[in-house]
Every structure is written in structure tokens, then in C-alpha cells.
Design a protein around this ligand. Structure first.
Ligand SMILES: [Zn+2]
Length: 332
């Protein structure tokens, strides 16, 4: 291993992580424990094979496979403890975790019961200095009515720990305008609005998420690099991009946006976006499935040529663009 490029000061700073999927954070050993509960005995090596993909559709398949073992509250409690322990090793003190409520509903589960188990399981971690807030997430390809049901679930859970509603999944499926009333309702019940856009889709998907849905942060958004006017808009309105470089490499999204067959970390547009004045929050997306950690992502950013002060500014922006009320994200 080459020596770490990450300045020790940056490595030791307390951090916030804002784009992180619970279901993509299950480490192989925990996947084994999870599947064993449901009668499927796997080796960690077997799980690692499942966690290797050549493109975005293969990643989605793996995501579906692992979530098929999340069958009830106890399963969610198991995986969130695993994630929380992992985040503490990364100096994370505040996180907004995305929960695939759309998938729970598709599987005829009760999100309220799963969510209650999550809150119970994470309570001890609050005392250990990790604040966890939640993003209720719908899958775009399931359509607007299913997304509305996710918003209703958030309302039924009635917890202040749920800070936002978002949509992920297949960006190229249902048109953005189909979700307008869903986002209006989410805003009415006091949720912030997020959307994955411009990951594998065009810059237009980002513009639509902002203009039609009122998205306050954009998941990925790397397509912006191909649209100077959109970069202006993001900088002017200070709309943050939740940038996940390791994920963009693993899914092939970066190569796709650059119009190449392959791309490396050094090709990532993060420095260009940041230096254009666009707020950036650095995240892992699905750390277990993409074999990354938040510290690795900061190292990736250093590898792209960002200086120490720029890295420190990114750490700061993680707190600045969090959705929790001011004061709640304060660093211990
Ligand atoms: Zn994501």
C-alpha cells in the first residue's frame, strides 16, 4: 500500500456523512449472519463475490439480493448496529442515513415497525457521540403512487429523527414531473427534499429535480460537469452535490459521464465542481458494497489534487449542509 495522501489533521477531524444507504452498508460478515437467520449459509468470500460488479445494473441486482434478507425489525436492528460501529471508526459524529422504505413497502413490510427497531438499536450510539438522522427513500422505478406511500409512512412514524424524503433507484425510469405532488406533500409534512440525479442520467435530470421538485441537495449530480449553465445555477443557489467518488468508479457512472470506457479517481470532477463554487458533501453511498470508507473517500479527494484547506472545507460543508436543526450537528 502506498502511504496515505490524507493529511493527519483531516483524518482526525470529526465528520458528517450525508449520503449513505443503510442497505448498502452491510459488511460481509454481517451479511453472513443475516442470511443465516433465514436459512442461507454463506462464506464471507461468497458475499464478496456478490459484492463485485461490472456496471450499474449488476450493482442493482446485488442490492436487491442483499435486501431480500431484510425481512423484519430484528434484521434492521442487526445491520444498523453494524453500520453505527463502522461510522464511529471513521470519526463520523453526525449522519443522515437513507432507508429504502420503498423496498420495505414492496415487500409488504410495516416500515413503522422496522423504523422503531432502528431507533431503539441506535439509541446507545447517540450516547457514544454519533447522531443518526434518517432519509425516507422511494425507488423511482416503482412510480409516484409508491413514492407517495413512502411519504405517508414517514408521517405515520412521526419521528423528528426523519429529516428528509428522497428518491433513488433507476434514474432513467419514471419522468421527474410525475413526482411533483409527492414532493409537495413531503414539504408540507416538514421534510427536506432530496433526489438522486445526474449519476447516470443527464444534467437535465438535476435541473428538473431542482426546478420541478425543489430538491435541496442532489445525490451524486456529477453530470453537472457537462453543463456549464447548470454549474452556474448550482453555485448561485448554493445547492450541494452529494459526491461519492468510489461509488462513481465502481458503478461505471463516472466513465459514462465522461464518455469513456473506463475512468480513474484522478478523472473525477470533484475538484472542478468545488472550485467552481458548488457546495460538495463527500460520502460513501454504499460503503460495504463499494469497498470504501469515508476516510478512503477523503483520501480519494486528496488523490484528485485537493489541498489540505480544501479538504478541511469539505469536512465543514458536511455539517453546514446537514438538515438537522442548528446546534444538533455540533461536533463533540
Ligand atoms: Zn445513493
Amino acid at each position: 500500500m502506498p502511504p496515505s495522501l490524507l493529511p493527519p489533521r483531516i483524518a482526525s477531524l470529526p465528520k458528517a456523512e450525508l449520503h449513505l444507504h443503510l442497505e448498502g452498508s452491510i459488511q460481509p460478515a454481517t451479511v453472513c449472519a443475516l442470511t443465516a437467520r433465514h436459512g442461507v449459509h454463506l462464506s464471507e468470500g461468497g458475499v464478496r463475490q456478490r459484492y463485485a460488479y461490472r456496471d450499474f445494473p449488476e450493482f442493482i441486482e446485488a442490492f436487491k439480493w442483499v435486501t431480500s434478507f431484510l425481512r423484519g425489525p430484528e434484521d434492521y436492528a442487526l445491520i444498523v448496529r453494524d453500520l453505527a460501529e463502522h461510522l464511529l471508526t471513521q470519526r463520523v459524529v453526525y449522519t443522515e442515513v437513507t432507508l429504502s422504505v420503498g423496498v420495505m413497502l414492496l415487500r409488504k413490510q410495516r416500515p413503522e415497525a422496522n423504523f422503531e427497531a432502528l431507533l431503539r438499536a441506535t439509541e446507545p450510539f447517540e450516547h457514544r457521540g454519533l447522531r443518526i438522522r434518517w432519509v425516507f427513500d422511494a425507488a423511482r422505478q416503482f412510480g409516484a403512487e409508491a413514492a407517495m406511500e413512502v411519504v405517508r409512512s414517514a408521517k405515520r412514524c412521526g419521528s423528528r429523527a426523519i429529516v428528509a424524503f428522497g428518491i433513488g433507484g433507476d434514474e432513467l425510469s419514471v419522468p421527474t414531473e410525475a413526482f411533483q405532488s409527492v414532493y409537495e406533500r413531503a414539504a408540507e409534512i416538514g421534510l427536506h427534499r432530496l433526489m438522486h440525479a445526474g449519476e447516470v442520467g443527464s444534467p437535465e435530470k438535476i435541473r428538473e429535480a431542482i426546478e420541478l421538485l425543489g430538491a435541496e441537495r442532489i445525490g451524486h449530480g456529477i453530470a453537472a460537469i457537462n453543463d456549464p449553465d447548470l454549474m452556474e445555477l448550482l453555485a448561485e443557489r448554493q445547492i450541494p452535490l452529494e459526491v461519492c467518488p468510489g461509488s462513481n468508479i465502481k458503478t461505471g457512472a463516472l466513465a459514462l459521464q465522461l464518455g469513456r470506457n473506463a475512468a480513474t479517481i484522478e478523472d473525477h470532477p470533484l475538484p472542478a465542481l468545488l472550485r467552481h463554487g458548488i457546495p460538495v458533501v463527500l460520502s460513501t453511498d454504499d460503503p460495504a458494497m463499494f469497498h470504501t470508507t469515508l476516510q478512503t473517500e477523503y483520501e480519494n479527494a486528496a488523490r484528485m489534487g485537493l489541498h489540505e484547506d480544501e479538504l478541511a472545507r469539505i469536512v465543514e460543508m458536511g455539517f453546514q449542509h446537514a438538515f438537522s436543526p442548528a446546534g444538533e450537528t455540533s461536533r463533540a
